[in-house]
Design a protein. Structure first.
Lengths: 290, 557
């Protein structure tokens, strides 16, 4: 053991009582457990076993209650004073060597808070819904046509509908479409919040127009392979327009939010809470130790 | 009783009449003694369940074997599964929680000491009742003795028509009563952790051991209740002519599956979360570093607790659920891997850059890390519904969950035994025997459960009594059985080590590992009152603060 061992006692500053009150031992939990099991075991063996179990259970409950009411039975245990050494063989504390300053910059230096992405996503979802429903009104005279199509992405029931029914309200399809629309818009909004600061110039053009156009084109070509029936029911010009509507509105909302510094430029050791010189600051005062 | 310490030393045993000792143990309400009772009881059933596993493996060692009859084989796998889950894993984890939660939070006992004793005795008697079925289960001549319907007891196999006599009733009632004991223990742990922490121990300073047992206890409350409800419904079906699970009378067999698995899958996490707790205490001490990312570890555990409640039907992909249901349970099953992965990274982060001491507890923790990761990866594979359609109910699934339960839970338990045995008995376990135990167990484990994946991929169904030669399953089953014997030898070394060290082991002292939590501040074994003076803590590592007064954690937290 090192000569520099630090030794201490956990109760060095407190008065040690001469005796301590602890709950008194009792057999009633044992008896109640046995009685309870015998009560059930009678179902497997004989009614007399259940009767015995019931008797033991009642007796145990009475005995137990009498031990805790009106006052719990306790036993007095004398405290044997002992010197319990608290020592270590490793008194020296090593610290992790960490870079005093960031050695490289992580771009972007600033970004938007998560709430900005959520707000942008929700605002964009309204814009997209308005454009999509406008398309439904113009093409079929019903706002439910695009909603039923959206529900068909994860719900097969719309494919069983005839064209007239596609323009009508269906509660379950609407619910699926609503969940899908809200979830998708929130997630894409979060993506916008994270990505827009990375576009150095014209983020609205890139994120609000070009990206939705690329996305619409990709989906149009893929959906023809994955689900030709659904692809044939979609007007892709209006689809692209609604996507652009989402992108522009979401982008504008996101960009109106205040930026915050990114944390990637703070040393990893600091973010992980590792104690290291210059990273963790000692508290002033603090609570009294043991 | 007015003794200073719990009397489990050899000298104490020899100096008093055995009747008095038995009386003391039966009437005890001391959380430490009840913890020891849980652990010893679980070890007894571990041996019994292990013997049953050996019987299964011997039966499958070669094709067309007749080591036991098909009827006995069915009873063996039913009793093996039921025993290992309900009467080994849960009691031993409750035992460690009972013993160490009050010590770690600076309390004198559990919140409800008498209820604690009642919980244990309920669990104990229910286990004995289950095994009494071997003697008393012959309700009808030739109807069988012990339960033989599998540890999940699917309907309609449990209906009177297919399971005459009382064998299934023994299973139902034993599991039901054990469930009552588990719920009572969970309530006790929650009350203890929330209400009996010593001064200064805020939730943010609580040892991860206590945090994780708190989450586990919450999960027990939520998941045992549907299982108990299902057992009562099954009893109504069998005794009162109910039709809950009778498909020909308007009932539903699938409802039983839902009831069982809404307990059954969270149960895996109920078992593994306390093992995460062991890891979170052992790894920092033997890495000589504080736990990496304490708040994230707590958050990940709570997340696991929530998400694991929504994954149960991945056990039911093969029954033909709707596409949305398949998609939902596939996604949630994969999502639960995220917080679990976070914990693995945090343990690795704790070890990274540390002065790692490869003592036996740490060796078992490292084994856990690797094997639990592999178990998680095969779990992700089985979480994919189309993959599961191919391999559900195959030996691939058996290999997967034994990787979780043996490679994960049992390895962590062994780590806990080697780490806390000195505190419980005052004696150190032999490191030499411990390393023999570890390496033999690792070899045996991998020899058993690595090859077990292959016959599953080749189409070998679980619970199969025997098989035809020429299917490519022979060599893999032979290896599995040889590995099981190696594991049995390793386990015997472990038992021998515990017995030998108890009598001949080196004195442990109060803090043999130079650790940081409160249980190491009291004598080994601790006095009945735990702490002469209730401690006051000001950081997550109170003993570190005492050992390093020049640089206490309390300056930073």
């Amino acid at each position: 053991m090192s000569a520099q061992s630090s030794v201490n006692r956990i109760d060095a500053s407190a008065a040690v009582p001469s005796e301590i009150h602890l709950p008194a031992p009792t057999a009633w939990p044992f008896v109640l457990g046995l009685g309870f099991v015998l009560l059930f075991a009678g179902l497997l063996t004989s009614a007399s076993i259940s009767i015995l179990g019931a008797f033991l259970s009642v007796a145990a409950c009475v005995g137990w209650f009498r031990e805790v009411l009106p006052r719990e039975h306790e036993e007095v245990v004398p405290v044997v004073p002992r010197e319990i050494p608290i020592r270590t063989e490793r008194p020296r504390v090593e610290r992790f060597p960490t870079a005093p300053e960031p050695v490289r910059a992580w771009l972007p230096l600033e970004t938007y808070p998560i709430s900005a992405g959520i707000k942008g996503g929700w605002a964009g979802s309204v814009a997209m819904a308005v454009l999509a429903c406008t398309f439904g009104l113009i093409k079929t005279g019903s706002i439910w046509y695009p909603i039923n199509l959206l529900g068909a992405i994860v719900f097969e029931e719309p494919f069983r509908l005839d064209p007239a029914q596609l323009n009508a309200f269906h509660g379950n399809t609407f619910l699926v479409a609503l969940i899908f629309h809200a979830t998708g818009s929130t997630l894409v909004g979060l993506l916008y919040g994270a990505m827009l600061p990375m576009f150095p110039r014209r983020p609205i053009l890139l994120g609000g127009v070009i990206a939705p156009l690329l996305w619409s084109g990709l989906l149009s070509s893929l959906l023809g392979l994955l689900n030709p029936l659904l692809e044939s029911l979609i007007n892709w010009y209006w689809f692209a327009a609604s996507q652009i509507g989402f992108g522009v509105v979401a982008g504008l909302i996101v960009m109106r939010q205040h930026r915050i510094p990114t944390k990637e430029n703070i040393p990893f050791a600091f973010r992980a809470g590792i104690e290291a010189p210059g990273l963790m600051h000692k508290k002033d005062g603090g609570e009294k130790q043991l | 009783m007015a003794s200073d310490a719990i009397a489990i030393r050899a000298q104490g045993v020899a100096s008093r009449p055995w009747v008095e000792l038995v009386h003391e143990w039966i009437t005890t309400v001391d959380h430490k003694r009840i913890g020891i009772l849980y652990i010893v009881y679980a070890l007894l059933f571990l041996v019994i369940g292990g013997i049953e596993a050996m019987i299964l493996r011997i039966q499958l060692i070669v094709p067309q074997n007749n080591f036991v009859s098909p009827q006995v084989f069915n009873r063996m796998f039913t009793m093996h599964g039921t025993t290992m889950i309900f009467f080994v894993a849960m009691p031993v984890l409750f035992g460690f929680a009972n013993y160490f939660v009050p010590l770690m939070i600076g309390a004198r006992d559990m919140a409800f000491p008498r209820l604690n004793a009642f919980s244990f005795w309920l669990s104990a008697f229910s286990g004995f009742l289950l095994y009494f079925s071997f003697l008393g289960g012959n309700g009808l001549y030739g109807a069988g003795t012990a339960p033989d319907v599998g540890w999940w007891a699917y309907a309609p196999l449990t209906a009177r028509a297919f399971s005459p006599g009382h064998s299934s009733d023994y299973w139902t009632i034993a599991v039901l009563v054990a469930g009552f004991g588990s719920v009572a223990t969970a309530i006790n742990l929650i009350a203890t952790i929330l209400c009996l922490r010593c001064p200064g121990m805020k939730l943010s300073r609580m040892p991860l051991f206590a945090w994780l047992n708190l989450v586990m206890s919450g999960m027990v409350l939520i998941t045992i209740t549907p299982l108990s409800a299902a057992q009562i419904m099954l009893l109504i079906d069998r005794y009162l002519g109910g039709h809950f699970f009778d498909t020909q009378a308007g009932g539903s067999a699938a409802i039983w599956m839902h009831f069982f698995w809404i307990f059954g899958h969270p149960e895996v996490y109920i078992l593994i979360i306390p093992c995460f707790a062991f890891m979170s205490e052992v790894v920092p001490v033997f890495s000589r570093k504080p736990i990496f990312g304490y708040p994230v570890m707590v958050g990940a555990t709570v997340t696991i607790g929530f998400v694991s409640m929504s994954v149960w039907a991945h056990h039911m992909f093969t029954i033909g659920m709707s596409s949305p249901a398949n998609a939902f349970f596939t996604i949630t099953s994969m999502v639960v891997g995220v917080p679990t992965g976070i914990k693995i990274f945090n343990w690795l982060g704790t070890m990274w850059g540390g002065k790692i001491q490869f003592k036996t507890p740490m060796l078992f923790c490292i084994g856990f890390l690797f094997q639990f990761l592999v178990a998680g990866l095969t779990g992700i594979m089985l979480a994919c519904a189309p993959f599961d359609w191919q391999l559900g109910n195959s030996y691939f699934v058996v290999a997967h969950f034994h990787y979780v339960i043996v490679g994960g839970i049992l390895f962590a338990l062994f780590a806990a035994f080697y780490y806390w045995y000195p505190k419980i008995t005052g004696k150190m376990l032999s490191e030499t025997l411990g390393k023999w135990h570890f390496w033999l167990f690792v070899i045996g484990f991998h020899l058993t459960f690595d090859p077990m994946h292959i016959p599953g991929l080749l189409g070998m169904p679980r619970r199969i009594y025997t098989y035809e030669p020429g299917r490519g399953w022979e060599i893999w089953n032979l290896l599995c059985t040889i590995g099981a014997f190696v594991q049995a030898i390793a386990t015997l070394i472990f038992v021998g080590n515990m017995i030998y060290s108890y009598f001949k082991g080196r004195d442990a002292g109060n803090d043999p590992w130079d650790a940081w939590t409160l249980e190491w501040s009291v004598s080994s074994p601790p006095p009945s009152y735990n702490f002469a003076v209730i401690p006051i803590v000001s950081s997550r590592r109170p003993l570190w603060d005492l050992k390093h007064p020049e640089d206490p954690d309390s300056q930073y937290e």
